[in-house]
Ligand binder design. Structure first.
Ligand code: DQA
Length: 154
């Protein structure tokens, strides 16, 4: 398959349990649904002249495949890997294979939660990390992604 013409989109990739956003532990993750998050990302990207590919999966290998796809097809990746953030060497290796920036993103602030969430296997290979602002974490991540895509030194 040939690659898409025109400017490349920002991939926003979501991992396990994020399909339940809005009803899952709302005291931690808020009442916004994943659809609300998608809309906020699309709106922010549009204002910045960018487009979004927004996806969610509960499968680690699917995230790996989408990261591989992003190597050619995306200008940047916003990644909320959910609990795989704390366990996945496969995601670490996949991110390492990308030349485009990957922004690790979380709704909550894992550093203020249980000790097992204090470890991230992906932070070391991410361009940066945005956590703790709920839906706004994604909006800030899309903004960072758009800026980095326009100017990798920004
Ligand atoms: C999360 C934080 C992770 O620790 C957790 O496993 C999630 C969501 C967040 O967005 O705050 O599933 O990535």
């Amino acid at each position: 398959m040939t690659s898409q013409p025109g400017p490349k989109p920002i991939y926003v990739l979501n991992g396990p349990n994020l399909n339940l956003l809005g009803s899952r532990e709302p005291e931690v993750y808020g009442r916004d649904t994943l659809k609300d998050v998608e809309t906020a990302c699309v709106d922010r990207a549009k204002a910045l002249g960018k487009t979004i590919i927004f996806r969610q999966t509960n499968a680690e290998g699917q995230l790996v495949d989408w990261l591989h796809e992003a190597r050619d097809k995306a200008c940047a990746v916003v990644l909320n890997a959910g609990a795989y953030t704390h366990t996945s060497i496969a995601l670490h290796d996949a991110i390492k294979s990308l030349e485009i920036p990957v922004i690790e993103t979380h709704l909550s602030n894992p550093a203020s939660r249980e000790p097992f969430r204090h470890v991230s296997t992906i932070s070391a290979v991410a361009k940066g990390v945005i956590s703790g602002f709920g839906l706004t974490s994604y909006v800030l991540a899309v903004e960072a992604a758009a800026r980095l895509a326009a100017d990798p030194a920004s």
